[in-house]
Design a protein around this ligand. Sequence first.
Ligand code: ARG
Length: 465
Amino acid sequence: MTQERAWAGRFGASTAAALDNINKSISFDIALWREDLAGSRAHARMLAATGLLTADDLAAILQGLATVEQEFESGTFAVLPVDEDIHMAVERRLTDLVGEPGKRLHTARSRNDQVATDTRLYVKRASSALVAQLTRLIVMLAERSEAEAETLLPAYTHLQRGMPSTLGHHLLAYAEMLARDVVRIEAAAASADVSPLGSGACAGTSLPIDREMTARALGFSAISANSMDAVSDRDFVADFLYAGAMLMLHLSRWGEEWVLWSTAEFGFLELDDRVTTGSSMMPNKKNPDGAELLRGKAGRTVGNLAGFLTTLKGLPFAYNKDLQEDKEPLFDTHRTLTVSLEVAAVMLDAATFRRDRMAAACTGQIDATDLCERLVRAGEPLRTAHHQTGRLVRMALERGCELRDLPLDAAREHCPRIAPEILAGLSMVGLVNARDVVGGPAPRRVREASRLLLQRWQPRLNEPT
Ligand code: ARG
């Protein structure tokens, strides 16, 4: 068995354990085994096509890689101390299995273009899986919005009740955020969709290679235009980390709202036992841990982005080992997004909305803006109507009543144009129905917006990932 590292030739002594500890990446980049095997297969076929490998060598390599694949799949692949990273581990094992042909696989290739290739393939694969998860969640939100199109709920600003709105409208806001996340993740996947293979270590190779062939075989849409850039470009990792951090920020806002909504104080929501946990000391407790962790896990993804951007800053061309620091944030953000989207879907499913509590919260003069607009319709200038309505709000607060309960005579003192039907018509349902504007909370608009979302996203449910 190979006990030497691939680059041992020009070295006398072995590396210090301390260096090994900081340098070896196999413990985490083993996650790239699928991509590494795909890249090696494509590369080997290309080498055979251009005459750099014989048909027999290619057959031996492909057969050896199939065994390696089977070992990874069954969890029996044995990592040895010489295996610095996934690339060396695969090549070392292949050579153990098939001998000399294995030693030809790395012809016209460097780990620098290899790792860039693997990482790009990983980002593409991770992105399409995340888009599939997001699509399911958007569809769930749109369906739920349709069902809650008429459910009254206060719309808040500054976490103070602002205007009566609908729960369907609120849920659609979550769906819109997530739809933008799909765009960002797809943009990251598009920036990863360029093949660096054939760039070599930094400045290409003199051997006859066919870069288009490997790019096609690996499903890349284009090949990189500059070998220096190709081995040092990690923009696509930063793009993915940014898209991921943004998505987690969105989930954290949703999570925070549902933490609040499930408190006794709000009481808008009950989360069932699937997404809640108990306390080891307080037998009464039912805690919204799922929602809290959506909020909490956003932090690490922001950290992954900030940390990796800092790694990239000031790096000279071309490849530097600093770039190996792309993997852990990338894998961590990917894992965090996957589990968070899973939990968000269960949480949505696990939610029972307390419609009575939501409707009951539509009090406290939150119809003031609508009243003001009714006065505008009656011919009052907006600024005057706003001031007059403010007076009526004060009056209602002093009397401890709602605007619609103000005696007409008293209201007229501040508000000469107020007609009996203006006050009497202040029903929450009526007011929400009247806010019949594109993007607004009127049930008709909510149903329309839900249907549009479903039309756009439902067909994507069947896309292959
Ligand atoms: N493990 C390395 C990484 O992830 C692979 C490339 C190393 N290249 C080198 N010449 N040392 O970046």
